[in-house]
Ligand binder design. Structure first.
Ligand SMILES: [Ca+2]
Length: 152
């Protein structure tokens, strides 16, 4: 029993040491911060991410989950329905009920399940693409994994 405990402690110490080395590598940490996970509640017509993009900072987004435009409608994944885009939607040129993104004051653009690169200048927002003003009855949402990358 005792030797096993000792070995466990040694493994733990080695893991902690490895972690310390990874954190200590400042250059690598700046180039590739850990991905951020954001839940995009389908009831919100613009979920903030606390991520600001610029010419040097872009993101690659992947997403999972399902959402519906009301409790009686079908659930769709981040790629949305097979319907054509419609003028009265938040992102009128993108697939209904899909995951869309906006950077700063830019237009809403398609993201889907990704991986999708999003560029621009300003704060990154995400949303379920539904009819403007018809968000309160939505159900579900998408989990977006956001990886910040350098635009070099
Ligand atoms: Ca709705």
């Amino acid at each position: 029993m005792r030797p096993r405990l000792v070995r466990t402690a040694a493994v733990t110490a080695a893991l902690a040491f490895g972690g310390a080395f990874a954190v200590g590598n400042t250059e690598a940490a700046l180039a590739a911060p850990p991905p951020t996970s954001v839940f995009v509640d389908a009831r919100i017509d613009g979920v903030g991410t606390r991520i600001t993009l610029n010419a040097q900072r872009q993101v690659v987004i992947t997403a999972t989950g399902t959402a519906a435009s009301n409790p009686f409608e079908p659930y769709y994944g981040p790629d949305g329905s097979s319907d054509e885009p419609q003028f009265d939607f938040l992102a009128p040129y993108e697939t209904p009920y899909s995951l869309v993104a906006r950077v700063g004051d830019g237009s809403w653009v398609a993201v889907g399940s990704g991986p999708t690169t999003v560029t621009g200048k300003g704060k990154l927002q995400l949303a379920f693409n539904d009819v403007v003003g018809d968000y309160a009855d939505n159900v579900g949402g998408f989990t977006a994994t956001i990886e910040i990358t350098s635009a070099r």
